[in-house]
Design a protein around this ligand. Sequence first.
Ligand SMILES: Cc1cc2nc3c(=O)[nH]c(=O)nc-3n(C[C@H](O)[C@H](O)[C@H](O)COP(=O)(O)OP(=O)(O)OC[C@H]3O[C@@H](n4cnc5c(N)ncnc54)[C@H](O)[C@@H]3O)c2cc1C
Length: 396
Amino acid sequence: MSERAALPLDDAVELRLDPPLYDDSHRSWQESLRRFLEAEIAPHVGAWDEAGEVPVEAHRACAAFGLTGLGYPEAYGGCSEGVDALHHVITSLEWGLLGAGGVATALSTHAIGLPPVLAGGSEDLKARVAPRVISGDAIIGLAVTEPGAGSDVAGLATRAEADGDGFVLRGEKTYISGGMRADYLAVAVRTGDSGAGGVSLLLVDMDSPGITRSPLPKQGWWASDTASIHFDGARVPTANLLGPLHGGFPLIMRNFNTERLAMAATAIGSSRRCLADAVAWARERRTFGRRLADHQVIRHKLMDMYRQIAAAQAWLEQVAGRLRAGLPVAADIALLKVQASLLMEFCAREASQILGGASYIRGTAIERIYREVRVVAIGGGSEEILKDLAARQTGV
Ligand SMILES: Cc1cc2nc3c(=O)[nH]c(=O)nc-3n(C[C@H](O)[C@H](O)[C@H](O)COP(=O)(O)OP(=O)(O)OC[C@H]3O[C@@H](n4cnc5c(N)ncnc54)[C@H](O)[C@@H]3O)c2cc1C
């Protein structure tokens, strides 16, 4: 066996969808999704990142393929029959492998905005909103974070005062993904006393008067617009309440688990992309009369990436399997996200080092992934907050 054949590096960047965890439906979903992303999305990621947004046609293409409806009820145009946690994990891994986190985020805000509507909205509200989102005709996001309340979600101050048959909103949300273009936002508001027990969730129609939005330029995720949103007397009908009055906090927490697992899987996918590009470069590029891959220091870097990716992937699959079996996973999801963001940080650095100056030139996947590392370590629950959450969950 040649030395090269003995190194399953190409395998390391592939998803090995082995039985018994994965079945044919997972494999065919992964194959068709990859074909779709390669044909319809990959050729445009650089241009969309530079433009700072994805075109509306991309939302419609994702919807037509079935991405936007994955896991949602058939009654609203989705596909939930036979869909499990592994299909979602595969989806996030494939988005990560694409190496364009901003594009992935811009096309996926429904994954944090729509579940609270389906879990807590009235039948009328669900029937009005869900089909529009699933068909790609409307954009939905989630607005929890405020200038004065990020990690400390229960400290949020945006007020919703009951007034006749609705609520009047006053306050400010910040760092909201898709906030500039969203048709709907699920907004966490204070309807009661201080603390988690006074928080409600409202679905806000973003065309309502009394709402202003401002864009926030940022380090990475350029294709995903991020907004500050100011509510100054915006009216929201009582019928748009998601879940019970003062009962929004559990809905927000449930959402966080899904978001964190998706972010972890996407980070692992991006780490695979770093390894794939670094391997390709190291096999091609020659220095001091040899391939980069023939220098021992570079070989160690590649193997350090490989071993950490394989370990994170195994943990990801174990967590997804437990989730599918209905077992408790909150602490593992929290720590897995920490592990995955540190992995992505490590792989982005090592791949950049292997590519040298080429990795610093705008438009390459490594350059983009390097800019996306920090938001993965902070957004959806920072490393410090998630370790603390896991410590509480595990009874330390
Ligand atoms: C690009 C981007 C997109 C985002 N999209 C959305 C979105 O769509 N919707 C939404 O609601 N939010 C969104 N967020 C917000 C994100 O979830 C928050 O940034 C995150 O929860 C952290 O809150 P913060 O930035 O206010 O940091 P803070 O809460 O101010 O924390 C600052 C630092 O202090 C640390 N820290 C805080 N408390 C403790 C403690 N008790 N012990 C130890 N360390 C602590 C944190 O870990 C962090 O490192 C987005 C953020 C970004 C950057």
